[in-house]
Design a protein around this ligand. Structure first.
Ligand code: ADE
Length: 228
């Protein structure tokens, strides 16, 4: 049976899943606590990475090296960056790109990619978990070490990448997965619109959006078990 790695950047993004995990055991590597157990009947390792690209990359590599996970799901919140996307909608990654690194320079190093492509089967499972439950969109996720809360900064990112959302870890998780040949998908629920009102909306919606994303992940696992 497959082993699924799940990463959230902040405690509030993994809390709900952690509470629901059965037969939970804990181990610590590089200051991160990894929770192993069953979620929705599926063997899972859940971890809070910390915020930003370096934390996300370190955690992804630890998850791969110490647990040999077969696939990785990133759950969490994001700023909306598409005209048709509203707060509490879910974004499922098809591609993931850095908005704070020149893609030509990125592609000079292994795995020599300008952006990273999510696993089609995981995208399909995530979409099925959303179907009839929440508004969702499959598209590009843009990652950078910056909380985007300025309309001009957002407009610049949108003009270069046309993403569905902006966040701070997905690209690094995708990058580490690509380097190791591990399939991944990023699932983010929108907490704000990454513009001048972002900080206010974020405070109101962060927990609600984090729980929405976690619920989709849990449903993905449950539905997949039923299909097996
Ligand atoms: N995560 C949630 N909202 C965000 C934003 N506006 N920018 C970056 N990461 C986010």
């Amino acid at each position: 049976m497959r082993l699924v790695g799940i990463i959230g950047a902040m405690g509030l993004e993994i809390e709900r899943l952690c509470e629901r995990m059965e037969n939970r055991s804990e181990s610590v590597f590089a200051g991160r606590t990894f929770y192993a157990g069953k979620l929705g009947g599926v063997d899972t390792v859940l971890v809070c990475s910390g915020i930003g690209k370096v934390n996300a990359a370190v955690t992804t590599q630890l998850l791969i090296d110490h647990f040999s996970v077969d696939e990785i799901i990133n759950t969490g919140i994001a700023g909306g960056a598409h005209p048709e996307i509203r707060v509490r909608d879910v974004v499922i990654s098809d591609t993931v790109a850095y908005h704070d690194m020149d893609p030509r320079i990125l592609a000079l190093s292994y795995p020599n990619l300008r952006e990273f492509t999510a696993d089609p089967a995981l995208i399909k499972e995530a979409a099925q978990a959303c179907e009839g439950k929440v508004r969702y969109r499959i598209g590009r996720v843009a990652t950078g070490d910056q909380f985007v809360s300025d309309s001009r900064v957002k407009a610049d990112i949108v003009s270069r990448l046309s993403p569905c959302c902006v966040e701070m870890e997905g690209g690094a998780i995708a990058h580490a997965c690509a380097a190791n040949g591990v399939p991944f998908v990023i699932i983010r629920c929108i907490s704000d619109n990454a513009d001048d009102s972002a900080e206010m909306d974020y405070d109101t919606f962060e927990q609600l959006a984090a729980d929405d994303a976690a619920e989709i992940v849990e449903r993905m696992l449950r539905e997949e078990r039923i299909r097996d």
